[in-house]
Design a protein around this ligand. Structure first.
Ligand code: CP3
Length: 356
């Protein structure tokens, strides 16, 4: 089942990279590490290149995508790059009127609340996102044996932005549709699942060697509502991704009560936030899955001794999982000191190599 031997450097192939091996639950020389939101405002070099370019313009320019994706790889030596984009990029690509407001997040001009709104969602074709194919083609060449993670927003999290019209604390309009108009909700989820799948397929076809589905806000749901109204759609996406033969990562925040169901949805790797220790998460997720996580991103604001001690604890508990990719429990906070992340990357590599 060996993929093409592209990405061979000094006899080490992309396929053998610690990140892809850990996702596949194979032995690794050191625990691989990358950080959600590793590219972004915490980096001065990011702020510099983004200074005069609005976020969604940057996401459609291959030169910006390549540069920003590479910045944390150069600075930290992380084990994987993540494609620079945003979860709303595919929605804009199919014609929805939305923007990303600095310090706020995605805002939607005309929120989706009825059947007419749902009908505005069409499938995404590779031609809708030519910059993805172009940027990833370049990135794969630059990254060599280092994997590129493609990503997309999961249907629930996308639906929340589209229905609420922007970031939401309580997701009340989203839940009102889910509970009050289940048929309409299901149709919205089916259409968003198709968009998400199209976006992920385009990234893998261009050379991404793993994918992460961000269901960031799904922790707002009870297990029963998740099982009934979300899981079938997410499972549909993972099932269709299986034929592409790249590791599939599934992440959400505040999902302690959902971890078993996230495992059932079909990903190879379940991302865990900082609220549940990885040994307990391994028990909840069950066998046949690797875990990713889960240092609290706020830890990086504490003195180094504390960071080291807590990172060591994450590594120790991660050994209870069949495979472990070290990460934060959620994205890098914008005011994080990049030097702390550089030191953490080195620490994870050295500490885990010594224990291997
Ligand atoms: O991880 C990476 O380095 C890749 C880049 C990435 C971005 N967005 C870039 C971005 C990824 C993986 C995302 C996904 C994303 N976007 C998610 C899921 C991940 C998560 O954090 O849970 C969500 C919920 C969004 C929606 C979104 N877009 C938010 C909440 C924000 C931040 C708003 C703010 O300004 O605080 C954005 C904008 C955004 N996406 C930025 C970046 C670098 C900041 C834009 C800027 O620099 O002005």
């Amino acid at each position: 089942d060996q993929p093409a031997a592209h990405g061979t450097i000094d006899g080490v192939t992309l396929h053998d990279s610690p990140f892809l091996r850990a996702c596949r639950r194979l032995p690794v020389p050191h625990t691989p590490v990358w950080f959600m939101r590793q590219a972004g405002r915490s980096l001065p070099e990011y702020r510099r290149v983004r200074a005069d370019v609005p976020m969604l313009d940057a996401c459609a320019r291959p030169d910006m995508i390549v540069e920003i994706t590479m910045q944390p790889v150069r600075r930290y030596g992380v084990d994987a790059a993540i494609y620079f984009s945003d979860i709303v990029v595919p929605l804009k690509a199919i014609g929805l009127d939305l923007d990303i407001k600095p310090g706020v997040g995605p805002v939607v001009a005309d929120p989706i609340r009825d059947a007419g709104g749902v009908r505005r969602l069409r499938d995404l074709e590779p031609d809708d996102v030519p910059f993805v194919t172009e940027a990833i083609g370049e990135l794969v060449g630059e990254l060599g044996d280092r994997p590129l993670i493609g990503f997309a927003g999961a249907p629930f999290t996308l639906a929340s932005y589209l229905i609420e019209g922007g970031p939401s604390k309580n997701h009340e309009n989203t839940k009102a549709m889910m509970y009050g108009a289940p048929e309409l909700w299901a149709e919205l989820m089916r259409r968003l699942s198709a968009v998400t799948l199209g976006f992920l397929r385009t990234q893998v076809a261009a050379g991404a060697s793993a994918v992460q589905l961000f269901d960031s806000w799904v922790g707002a749901l009870s297990a029963e509502d998740y099982r009934t109204s979300v899981l079938p759609h997410t499972a549909w996406i993972f099932e269709r991704l299986a034929e592409l033969d790249v590791p599939r990562i599934h992440f959400g925040v505040g999902t302690g009560e959902l971890l078993g169901l996230l495992g059932e949805a079909g990903a190879d790797v379940v991302g865990v936030d900082w609220r549940v220790p990885l040994d307990e998460a391994a028990r909840r997720v069950g066998p046949g899955r690797a875990l990713q996580g889960n240092l609290d991103p706020a830890t990086l604001f504490a003195p180094w001794d504390v960071v080291a001690e807590r990172a060591r604890d994450v590594l120790a508990r991660g050994r209870a999982a069949e495979g472990h990719v070290f990460n934060l429990g959620h994205g890098v906070l914008p005011t994080t000191d990049p030097d702390a992340l550089a030191r953490l990357t080195e620490f994870v590599h050295e500490e885990s190599a010594a224990a291997a």
